[in-house]
Design a protein around this ligand. Structure first.
Ligand code: HEM
Length: 556
């Protein structure tokens, strides 16, 4: 790959080429107009009009259209460079020799196939100076790639109003999440969605450990005690499906128990839909031109499934209100609270689908990666087990409290480290709604600001930021929970995003991950790895472990 220095020179050359092109086009336009004059005004003086060839006329029309098009294009370029200079910005490297984004697309497709896309993009970023731009065929606009924490800060926080969720992602997600979802809205509609969802995640609800415990006990009963190997990732996926459905509807899908037929179908439809919308978001509008029957069938089944729950809970609520007014002694249930907001059923359905999407695979991903590392690191297991012992829980019936979970220093470091090396939302994107400036990435040294025109997409890559050796040290790729003793990163660590759109389920997820880890390490004294393949991360909407997490566990 070309060095950053060479790419920046390419960019400067491009400016020179633009100037030369302007000259060429001006000459071209003059010629075209001369031709026009010749055809329509001069020739009739000495030729009969019917003697003009059709070819002559068509050529003239094409030339004029070409002239108008290039004029507009060059004006845009000229305007871009003058605005860039006015803001004190410098050019950024571009993916070499790829004006239409064909090579970038092919390169990405090749690395998606070999499950090396994240490593490839991370490599490109470090070789091209941490911020570069490119195109992806057939989309016309520029995409900026970055793993600069300062740029992430601008996009997510200090210049939040300049950036929105990209239209491409919204169009890809709508078939599954609906048009009212917190993930498919911007501006006031998003603000409203967030304000409605936010109260559901206050601490008391987040810390319903009794509910969590019921599901973890089922997981423990599921784990073979005879030392045979099994895929923990598959089990964590069932666990999170059960816990998130219980949190939302007050009824679990019971994947770890006697899952009903429709619950199983919901799970498989959900998996199919997630993979399909990930591909749509990545491949762009081409995929959206064609219908997808499987996706349509899956989404209508899932909508009916969720609507059935909404109707059931609404009926129960009505009856309860007829019988008595209290209902306070009942366990918290997200849907109960949400129905009280008076939102239409369609909106409630879209938000429930969003919570399910946001909460299931992300948590599964972190738990699976954490246990993958634990199966290779008895020293880390021993350290966490020491902390669990220090809790002085009398027996398996006594649950740790929320405060105890928060205070388990080493366990929380291990979780942070798992989120650093495997952020489930490995890449994220935004679209500029007005001309704006990124603080760094321009110029030969990459320290100058970068001018960004309205409509440009930016992709920031937490996976790459979290592995930068100049931030986390030479051992950035190693799982070392102890590094968190002194680390206090801000935008160098963004597994949950940051700023006004930070993940609302962060505490819910962290509580769940910590609780499950404690319970499993109480019930089992050892975790042995049963697979020597590397932890390759498969990249859908969220990351997952390509080969699963194969382990065996020894009961305590
Ligand atoms: C370890 C687990 C999790 C990770 C790493 C994670 C990460 C993220 C990230 C990166 C975003 C920002 C998406 C964007 O703006 O493009 C986000 C948003 C969100 N997350 Fe999470 N999440 C996790 C778990 C959860 C859970 C368990 C829930 C709910 C039960 C949840 C609910 C949400 C919601 C509703 C948003 C949208 C916030 C908004 O746009 O205002 N997340 N999450």
């Amino acid at each position: 790959m070309a060095s950053a220095r060479r790419d920046i020179k390419l960019d400067t050359l491009q400016q020179k080429a633009t100037r030369r092109f302007i000259f060429g086009m001006v000459v071209g336009d003059v010629l075209a107009f001369a031709l026009l004059l010749d055809v329509f005004y001069l020739r009739p003086f000495y030729l009969r009009p019917w003697a003009l060839s059709k070819w002559h006329i068509w050529l003239t029309i094409v030339l004029v259209l070409w002239g108008i098009y290039t004029h507009t294009w060059l004006q845009d370029a000229d305007c871009y460079y003058s605005k860039m200079a006015r803001h004190g910005c410098a050019p950024i490297p571009s993916f070499p020799n790829d004006p239409f984004g064909v090579w970038f697309l092919l390169d990405a497709a090749r690395h998606i196939k070999s499950h090396t896309l994240l490593a490839r993009w991370s490599g490109l970023l470090s070789s091209m100076g941490h911020t570069f731009r490119h195109r992806v065929f057939p989309n016309s606009g520029d995409i900026i790639e970055t793993d600069e924490p300062d740029n992430v800060r601008a996009v997510l926080s200090t210049k939040f109003d300049d950036w929105v969720i990209p239209q491409l992602r919204i169009r890809a997600f709508i078939p599954v999440l609906g048009r009212h979802s917190i993930f498919t809205t911007n501006g006031d509609e998003w603000r409203h969605a967030r304000a409605t969802l936010r109260p559901a995640f206050v601490r008391d609800q987040v810390a319903d450990l009794r509910c969590l415990d019921r599901h973890v006990n089922k997981l423990i009963a599921y784990i073979p005690c005879d030392g045979s190997s099994f895929d923990l990732q598959a089990m964590f996926s069932k666990l999170t499906t059960d816990t998130i459905s219980d949190f939302m509807f007050g009824r679990s899908t019971d994947m770890l128990g006697s899952a009903p037929e429709d619950g199983l179908r919901f799970g498989s439809c959900f998996d199919v839909s997630m993979q399909k919308i990930a591909n749509r978001a990545r491949l762009g509008w081409l995929t959206m031109l064609f219908g997808d029957r499987e996706l349509d069938e899956c989404t209508s089944f899932m909508n009916a499934f969720v609507e059935k729950y909404i109707a059931e809970v609404r009926n129960e609520q009505d009856e309860k209100e007829k019988e008595d007014e209290e209902g306070d002694g009942k366990r918290y249930m997200f849907l109960n609270e949400f129905l009280r907001t008076g939102e239409p059923d369609e909106v409630i359905r879209d938000q429930l689908m969003s919570i399910f999407t946001a909460g299931r695979d992300t948590t599964t991903s972190v738990l699976s990666y954490l246990f993958f590392e634990l199966s290779r690191r008895p020293d880390v297991v021993a350290e966490i087990q020491r902390e669990v012992e220090d809790l002085n829980l009398v027996d398996a019936e006594q649950l740790p409290t929320w405060e105890q979970l928060r205070n388990m220093k080493y366990l929380n470091w291990a979780i942070k480290e798992a989120l650093r090396l495997n952020p489930p939302v490995a890449t994220n994107a935004r679209e500029a709604v007005r001309d704006t400036v990124l603080p760094v990435g321009g110029g030969v040294d990459g320290k100058s600001p970068v001018f960004v025109t309205k409509g440009t997409n930016i992709r920031y890559i937490p996976w790459a930021i979290h592995r930068r050796k100049d931030i986390y040290g030479d051992d950035a790729d190693d799982f070392r929970p102890g590094r968190w003793e002194t680390l206090r990163p801000t935008f160098e660590y963004v597994p949950f995003n940051a700023g006004p759109r930070i993940c609302v389920g962060q505490q819910f997820a962290l509580t769940q991950i910590a609780f499950v880890t404690i319970r499993l390490l109480q019930a089992f004294k050892g975790i042995e790895r049963k697979d020597d393949r590397p932890p390759i991360q498969k990249f859908g909407i969220n990351t997952s472990m390509l080969y699963g997490c194969w382990v065996s566990m020894t009961p305590a």
